[in-house]
Ligand binder design. Structure first.
Ligand SMILES: Cc1cc2nc3c(=O)[nH]c(=O)nc-3n(C[C@H](O)[C@H](O)[C@H](O)COP(=O)(O)OP(=O)(O)OC[C@H]3O[C@@H](n4cnc5c(N)ncnc54)[C@H](O)[C@@H]3O)c2cc1C
Length: 477
């Protein structure tokens, strides 16, 4: 064929991008296209925006890096703003394309947009979709996605035994783009985002793009050599290297899980192969699990009762929700994590589990409000990973255990010396560990001797947390 348009979505890379590779081999000229669709950042039905400034900036940088990579190969990225179902057909018409190649993703809005684009294309244009964002290919699953187990462990075991991971597809050496106005990449301001805050306490600067993602992998595996201890450090909370931090690049598709897999295997051959190296692949299978679960259950993931139809009385207390979101609950471990999220767009996995459990279990607030807030704030937001993990924590998703996190014992276990809380809540700096996690235990004399007066220097706890966890323990087990 003569000309193909490659509509880039959450696959902002040239390595292991089958959509691009297939278009390049099928067509003489290729028009790579990225569309900034305003619907991706507008307000969600729950109040928060769908995309905040940290992710907005990361995505813009990723598009910029993709443009450079394509230019290095002799091509050009065409950038437009507008509704995808208007823009893609108009570019197709402008270059008289024979086909559109695009990544396909499992969640409701993504599929709707995909169908809208397909339906708006002239019947003569071939619409080709590729499934490119998981470790295991959809067609390689031992059990078809609509019949897979809803519990992770049996699914993982079956996949580990019965499916292999395909080799990454090499980046095309040359991309030949016809004459077309490339368009400018809009500024953050033009896209409607404020410049995100810069905070030196951020675990990483998180620069968007395939180049920065590959640099991160190079650092974490090969230079810092931290994969050999991943399993024992992954529950950390401070610093760049306690975990891989691959998530923002995976979510935007700057890194492909199969490419990471190949590097892990090479590391296992050249350095060490142990439980820790295996565990990174284990976590990538958690990621896959949620992607395939979304294919299986679709829109049911977004209902209050979730995929298992669990009825629970959720509270809709806006004031309490705002305290949680702002990191003003008066429970330091929760507040520190929420402030890290708000300042940097990132929060550790340990932190995410605890703040989610605090919202849904301790406060009993609608889990979808929490998921929508994360959707806005997270730099690594991914629809299936986010809504899947929230549903799981709320007891309406992929697990029938109704567990909760006792955030006080979690704080003492994972932040034993209160370094994390002291980092994100400098107003508690003077407090020794026991009070840094439970400031309400201070008497008035201690408050004045440490110069931390509750209700003045730091919030009073919004609930009696100690009593609440005793109550939860008694009712749940
Ligand atoms: C309430 C809640 C919401 C979450 N929302 C998201 C989200 O929107 N996007 C997202 O990528 N992750 C999400 N996670 C999963 C996990 O917290 C992050 O993937 C992880 O903290 C990212 O840091 P990392 O890359 O250093 O992780 P690592 O520990 O280095 O893990 C490597 C990779 O494995 C995958 N992974 C690890 N844990 C999980 C998990 N529980 N579920 C799915 N994939 C996982 C991620 O792609 C991650 O980059 C959420 C977890 C919870 C509890």
């Amino acid at each position: 064929m003569e000309t193909a348009v490659v509509w880039f979505r959450d696959d902002l890379r040239v390595e292991d991008n089958l959509t691009l590779a297939d278009a390049v081999s099928a067509a003489e000229t290729v028009v790579p296209l990225y569309v900034f669709d305003p619907r991706r950042r507008r307000e969600s039905q729950y109040g928060p925006d769908k995309m905040g400034s940290h992710r907005g900036q990361f995505r813009r940088e990723s598009v910029d890096d993709l443009r450079e990579s394509l230019q290095d190969r002799g091509g050009e990225l065409v950038v437009r703003e507008g509704l995808v179902e208007d823009v893609v057909p108009s570019v197709v018409e402008g270059v008289d394309a024979d086909a559109v190649f695009a990544q396909t993703k499992p969640a409701t809005e993504e599929v709707e947009r995909e169908h809208a684009v397909r339906d708006a294309l002239p019947g003569t244009v071939d619409f080709q979709r590729r499934f490119t964002h998981t470790l295991h290919h959809l067609n390689d699953l031992p059990t078809p996605y609509d019949r897979i187990d809803d519990t992770f462990t049996p699914w993982r075991k079956e996949v580990e035994q019965g499916a292999s991971v395909r080799d990454p597809v090499p980046a095309p050496e040359r991309v030949s783009t016809p004459q077309v106005d490339p368009g400018v990449i809009p500024s953050l301001d033009d896209l409607g985002f404020d410049t995100p805050p810069h905070d030196d306490r951020s675990v990483l600067p998180f620069e968007g793009g395939e180049t920065a993602g590959q640099d991160r992998l190079q650092h974490y595996l090969w230079e810092a050599d931290r994969l050999r201890e991943y399993k024992s450090t992954r529950n950390g909370m401070l610093g760049p290297d306690y975990s891989s931090k691959f998530s923002p690049w995976l979510a935007a598709g700057c890194l492909s899980p199969r490419w990471i897999h190949r590097e892990v295997k090479r590391y296992e051959d050249e350095r060490v192969s142990n439980e820790d190296t295996y565990w990174l692949l284990f976590e990538l299978r958690w990621r896959d699990f949620f992607q395939f679960q979304f294919l299986k259950h679709g829109g049911n993931f977004f209902t209050p009762t979730g995929i298992r139809n669990v009825e629970r009385e959720w509270k809709h207390d806006r004031a309490a929700f705002r305290q949680w979101a702002a990191g003003e609950t008066g429970v330091p471990f929760i507040d520190a994590n929420m402030r890290e999220l708000n300042e940097t767009g990132y929060m550790s996995n340990r932190g995410r589990q605890n703040v989610a459990s605090f919202l849904v279990d301790a406060l009993g607030i609608d889990w979808r409000w929490g998921a929508a807030y994360f959707e806005e704030r997270l730099i690594d937001y991914d629809v299936a990973s986010n809504w899947g993990n929230w549903a799981y924590q709320a007891g309406v998703g992929n697990d029938s255990r109704d567990g909760f996190f006792n955030v006080l014992s979690q704080a003492e276990r994972y932040d034993g010396d209160a370094e994390y809380v002291h980092t994100w809540l400098p107003e508690l700096q003077a407090l020794p560990t026991e009070y840094a996690h439970r400031p309400w235990r201070m008497d008035a004399d201690e408050e004045s001797s440490y110069d931390v007066v509750l209700g003045v220097d730091y919030s009073e706890p919004m609930i009696d947390v100690e009593a609440r966890f005793v109550e939860l323990q008694e009712t749940r087990y």
